[in-house]
Design a protein around this ligand. Structure first.
Ligand code: ADP
Ligand code: MG
Length: 428
């Protein structure tokens, strides 16, 4: 997969837009040598540089490509960040291509010297987070995401992979800098603010103090899940499977941005995805839908989204059992009792992980548009409180949950509790 670096690309340097266009022309066997190329920088994250390069001119076939380049310094703050993450991303994407039935962009070439991944341009796809905020329905979403998670995790776990191959692969995906980001931002900081980086809506400071900083039982559960994240090298997980890492059209789903990939707990991927569905749910339910105004499109969207949450859990279980039946041959692991115990553990832990993801997006400094774009401060305060209470139940009581309907009930109960308490915390 690695391209041969030569000449000016032998030593890593950060490409400007002009250099990215030149690189696409000179280094990749993708455009014809006499084609006229244009480009733009399309990266919207704070870590890497992403360029789209395309052919222009009336005879052109309109071909285009994406170049994603990693640097040893973080794009936003300039602090050092292990550049090997880009190689890890390229390898993870190539694995998805083999295992997950075309649910990720094709990697055309990876250049280890320049840390550049050249990949398929998903130009007609939209960021799922934005689509859900616009109340768009994606009929294939639950099916595609569960296929992606089940195939990529079960087939890279000791259940289905040769244990020696798995250990070799594990070594290639040791990803300390990216894991460190998650360990801090998802697991520790939201509950302790020990680095003083949490960003909290003024009106919710007392609420967060009481519900998050002072809840010792919650800290215990968060610590248990953190320890699982750090030590359970169960399968090759995506590690950042939120709705901004998923690109969609009405009839297509693609998962990208795999730089957080490592051997970790399967529950982290399923939980991350499930947790992120609660942001558009809360937004449309509590901010956007006003029954009196009869927003029928948003109402239909909410019905679909609730069904999707239920369906993700159901389909995950169904597909897991099916693939297990076909691919798990170990005389002990293949026993039904063990299969059911393992699956039950994934589901329980996923619900806890979903709760952690919800909380970190509300109080941590890596926010989501779904919440930040709520202009009405009263409504934002309420949405945040409902989500925090929902998430706390996921983390503390998720053990007893059986299916997606239990998650929805928990969300409705949180709305009731916040409305009953008139959205006030003890200190107001
Ligand atoms: P980062 O790791 O820096 O967050 P991402 O992989 O998320 O980078 O890419 C940043 C943005 O670039 C994406 O949100 C998307 O808009 C665009 N992008 C990345 N890869 C592709 C692709 N294969 N096709 C189309 N757009 C892409
Ligand atoms: Mg990223």
């Amino acid at each position: 997969m690695a391209g041969t670096a030569k000449g000016k690309y032998e030593v890593h340097f950060r490409l400007t837009l002009e250099e990215a266009i030149e690189y696409a022309k000179e280094e990749l066997d993708f455009f014809s040598k006499d084609s006229k190329l244009k480009g733009e920088e399309i990266g919207d994250g704070n870590i890497n540089y992403v360029y789209r390069v395309w052919e222009t001119g009336k005879d052109s076939e309109g071909k285009s490509i994406i170049l994603k380049q990693g640097d040893s310094l973080l794009r936003s703050s300039g602090r050092p960040l292990d550049i090997r993450r880009t190689e890890i991303e390229a390898k993870a994407l190539l694995g998805y291509d083999k295992r997950s039935l075309g649910l990720s962009p094709k990697v055309y070439r990876f250049d280890p010297m320049m840390s550049v991944i050249a990949m398929e341009d998903l130009y007609h796809h939209q960021n799922l987070r934005k689509g859900l905020l616009e109340a768009k329905v994606y009929p294939l979403l639950a099916d595609d995401i569960t296929t992606f998670i089940v195939r990529n995790t079960l087939l890279t776990s000791d259940l289905a992979m040769d244990p020696k191959d798995k250990k070799k692969s594990q070594k290639e995906f040791i990803n300390p800098d990216m894991c460190d980001i998650t360990e801090d931002l998802v697991f520790t900081e939201p509950y302790t603010d020990y680095k003083g980086r949490n960003v909290i809506l003024q009106e919710n400071c007392g609420f967060v103090e009481k519900e998050l900083y002072k809840d010792r039982e919650l800290h215990l559960e968060a610590a248990k899940l953190k320890e699982i994240f750090m030590n359970r090298a169960e399968a090759l997980i995506h590690g950042d499977l939120h709705t901004g890492s998923i690109f969609v059209t009405d009839d297509s789903t693609r998962i990208l941005d795999a730089e957080f990939a490592f051997y970790g707990p399967i529950a982290y991927d399923l939980g991350n995805f499930l947790g992120n569905l609660f942001f558009p749910l809360a937004y449309h339910r509590l901010v956007n839908v006003d029954a009196e105004k009869g927003l029928t499109r948003e109402m239909d969207f909410l019905v679909w989204l609730e069904q999707t949450i239920v369906s993700v859990v159901e389909r995950f279980v169904h597909k897991w059992k099916q693939l297990y039946q076909n691919r798990v041959t170990d005389p002990l692991y293949s026993k039904k009792d063990y299969r059911d115990w393992y699956l039950d553990r994934i589901l329980r832990e996923s619900i806890g992980m979903a709760g952690l993801e919800i909380i970190r997006r509300i109080v941590g400094d890596a926010k989501v548009e779904d919440i930040e774009n709520i202009k009405d401060r009263e409504k934002r305060m309420k949405v945040e409180r409902v989500l925090i209470l929902t998430a706390k139940d996921f983390i503390k009581d998720g053990q007893g949950f059986k299916d997606g309907r239990d998650l929805m009930e928990c969300f409705e109960k949180a709305i009731y509790d916040v409305e009953k308490g008139d959205g006030k915390d003890d200190e107001e």
